[in-house]
Ligand binder design. Sequence first.
Ligand SMILES: *Cc1c(COP(=O)(O)O)cnc(C)c1O
Length: 388
Amino acid sequence: MIFEEAHRLKALPPYLFAEIDRIIKEKKSKGTDVISLGIGDPDIPTANEIIDELCMYAKDSITHRYPSSYGLTMFKEAAANYYKDRFNVELDPETEIITLWGSKEGISNIAYAFIDPGDIALVPDPGYLVYNIGTMFAGGKSYIMPCIEENGFLPDLDNIDKNIAQKAKIMHINYPNNPTSATCGLDFFNKVSDFALQNSILVCHDNAYCDVYFDENEKPSSFLAARGARDVGIEFNSLSKTFNMTGWRIGFAAGNRQVIASLGKYKTNVDSGVFDAVQFAGVEALNNYKRLSGINIEIYRKRKQMVTALFDKLGFKYYKSNSTIYIWANVPEGYTSKSFAEHLLDKANVVVTPGSAFGTYGEGYYRISITLPDARLEEALERIQKIL
Ligand SMILES: *Cc1c(COP(=O)(O)O)cnc(C)c1O
């Protein structure tokens, strides 16, 4: 029997890197040691104190029943305290914050809450793919905002077609950015907020990397700290990268209370909340964010310096950034993003992500993730140096 897939699955863009995946698999099956710099998934284990908190609450039967789809009050209070301390943004835990099954869940579900068939979402290119896919699944159309190096990888708001801007319902942005590692200041968030107010657009800012930064003076901000931001938008935040908790599935959205309520209304109908014991563990994480993120930052700082020092020595071009777990590098002359990634895999047994995986405007770049142990990263760099 053949089960006809729904249109929304059949309409997914073709997967461009099946060939790279095939070569990785083939190499691994032959016993070749392939090192992946491809995936942004922290190798550092979650802190013991967070795990202990999970274990303690998992044993307590108060956490064994259905959690609330809106989230545990204690978790949302911890998130509010974190926003006050970290960004000087005051939030009402009950109406302006909602717990998420990781921010990916919220980013895709926001489309179901606000996008009707034919509606437009403004999405960055290159960018995290969920902004576009979530929009598509809800029947909407993505309008691409090119984010190019000359503009510091920020979208040029003046360049957005006026009619499109008028019609658009949602704008997705993400700084510090995956994949480009670009950051922005509050001035850009202010511009986005003004633009959204003029055009009645809901801004969804993805702040997954706000606590991975290497210069105290360039500490990433929150969109919610921008003027009028709460009238026009929400921010997605995640415990995944900040606390090495990608496997735990926990994050939250904060901001405009009507939007938070609508997201909650949708969620009550499709999920039943995040395991309360995981949220209690999240409280422990957020309450100690300064110390815990500080430990990560020092590890990543060292790794990033390892990569950039070698790149500088070899004359490799890359985008200079003081944030994120990524290095966004220029493909050398004579290669495309894909052919360069294939070359590294073929000759050095090292996996990088071709920039074109993140959109048309990612062509000409490749992304390196530093989420692997120092010794492995060093080994990967030695292999790259040897073949070039
Ligand atoms: C990793 C990442 C997230 C976090 O996703 P979770 O679902 O919270 O694990 C969100 N946005 C971007 C751009 C990311 O790279």
